[in-house]
Write a protein that binds this ligand. Structure first.
Ligand code: ADP
Ligand code: MG
Length: 242
């Protein structure tokens, strides 16, 4: 099986501060990879590089067949293939749930209104919000807004979904409903990379766990490494997170 995501010795600096110091890992189609690690270890930067929201200074990255260090990369094609969801939902307040979800397919894929509506209804149902199609974001809880943000990404029919601490702003109950949606996606075979502090979720859902420390992959393996870490640093991180 050839990997859908392949990072080789990726280096990224802001000014003369090196943030990613040679990051390498692979993710295969249909896998769920969880990136864990202390705040400031470069997790978000790595994820942002994968959608080319940041450019890299060294190494190579192949994402869904797109070579990210290629200066002539087709960013529109990359972003059709890769969905990214952040901690903040950034829904348009003046648009309904359905309209928020229809926007990108209409603009980027230039599909008809009717077709966009059909897709929107399907993905909004998938995140369990069918009864909220005509609601406005302010009428929804944080967890519901985050599920709309996930639906908005799914409407583009991505090959890969990236999630950056999507539940960090939510209280435990709302976190649970968002994690449930992500678990469902994983079950359906979506390839996902998630930065998360939810160790229980990583243990349960992740096929691959990537522990980042100081801009490098310090330990990588199946979710077994959360039970039996081989480095003292990961062991300490897990006991702090528990
Ligand atoms: P994490 O997501 O693991 O908490 P980040 O990738 O957000 O870590 O950040 C890693 C380091 O890079 C931090 O020291 C942060 O301050 C720095 N950093 C992130 N983005 C920028 C930026 N746009 N400009 C300068 N420094 C940044
Ligand atoms: Mg981060």
């Amino acid at each position: 099986m050839s990997p859908i995501v392949e990072l080789k010795d990726v280096r990224k600096s802001f000014g003369n501060l090196e943030i990613l110091k040679g990051v390498s890992f692979e993710v295969n189609r249909g896998e769920v990879a969880a990136i864990i690690g202390q705040s400031g270890s470069g997790k978000s930067t790595a994820l942002r590089c994968m959608d080319r929201l940041e450019t890299i200074q060294g190494g190579s990255m192949m994402i869904c067949g797109h070579r990210l260090e290629d200066e002539k990369i087709d960013l529109k094609a990359l972003r059709r293939d890769v969905g990214i969801v952040f901690q903040s939902y950034n829904l348009f307040p003046h648009l309904t749930v359905a309209e928020n979800v229809m926007l990108a397919p209409r603009l980027v894929k230039a599909v008809s209104r009717a077709e966009a509506r059909t897709v929107a209804e399907a993905v909004i149902a998938k995140v369990g919000l069918h009864e909220k199609l005509e609601a406005y974001p302010e009428q929804l809880s944080g967890g519901q807004q985050q599920r709309v943000a996930i639906a908005r990404s799914l409407a583009m029919e991505p090959k890969l979904m990236l999630f950056d601490e999507v539940t960090s702003a939510l209280d435990p109950q709302l976190t649970g409903e968002v994690l449930k949606v992500m678990e469902q996606l994983a079950t359906e075979g979506m390839t996902m990379i998630l930065v998360t502090h939810e160790m229980g979720f990583a243990r349960k859902v992740a096929d691959r766990v990537i522990y980042m420390r100081d801009g490098k992959v310090h330990e990588v393996g199946s979710s077994d490494i959360l039970r039996t870490p081989s480095t003292p640093e990961l062991a300490a991180f897990i006991s702090e997170a528990a």
